[in-house]
Design a protein around this ligand. Structure first.
Ligand SMILES: *[C@@H]1O[C@H](CO)[C@@H](O)[C@H](O)[C@H]1NC(C)=O
Length: 195
């Protein structure tokens, strides 16, 4: 005789499940109802909407992804804090891009023309990386004009790297990196515009 699960045993099972889940659900509801302190998550979305909505260089999503990726949500309380985060990201980005370019330059598969362009890019990104500690200090010290000028220089450097390939109608192996660095620098400029 086959054992079929009776309706009563299955409803008993679901009753047991509900019984076990209830405390968890209550816990989740309590957590959700806890009022959010207006930090991080609080200022990230409205700030990104403001700067991203008004920018031709990057959009709201880029801002959210970039600043959210390092948990800018956690303790940023102002546009100036967020700008400092963008500067930090640009610094990490420029360092990573420099390493990528070094690797490409060591790669025998990299053609002579590409290598020539990459060497200019390497110099440009070296400059971007070197500028960031001073830029961060300018942000912290409230010398916002100086910080913006520094970021504009970095945006121009990323663009110049990409232009080297574009003007030669060559494929850039650092197109994504150039795009990221350019947008991060412009994000910093835009955030400082509200700081
Ligand atoms: C560079 O910045 C972009 C945009 O924020 C990010 O997606 C990427 O992961 C960063 N790369 C590194 C190596 O930090």
């Amino acid at each position: 005789m086959a054992i079929s699960s009776s309706p009563s045993s299955s409803s008993m099972r679901s009753a047991t499940v509900s019984f076990l889940l209830l405390p968890l659900l209550l816990l989740a509801a309590t957590a959700a109802a806890t009022p959010a302190i207006t930090t991080g998550e609080g200022i990230l979305l409205p700030s990104c909407k403001t700067v991203g909505g008004g920018s031709t260089y990057f959009d709201v999503q880029f801002c959210l992804d970039a600043l959210g990726s390092v948990g800018a949500g956690a303790d940023a309380r102002s546009y100036r804090d967020l700008a400092a985060v963008a500067v930090g990201l640009l610094s990490t980005n420029a360092t990573a891009t420099s390493s990528k370019i070094d690797a490409l330059l060591r790669d025998p598969a990299t053609g002579v023309a590409t290598a020539g362009r990459l060497r200019s890019c390497r110099a440009l990104y070296g400059g971007v990386a070197r500028r960031q500690p001073g830029c961060a200090a300018a942000v912290r010290g409230g010398r916002l004009g100086e910080a913006r000028a520094s970021l504009e220089q970095s945006a121009a450097a990323a663009r110049a790297c990409e232009d080297g390939f574009r003007n030669a109608k060559a494929t850039s192996p650092v197109a994504k990196e150039d795009d990221d660095a350019f947008k991060l620098a412009k994000l910093g400029v835009a955030l400082l515009g509200f700081a």
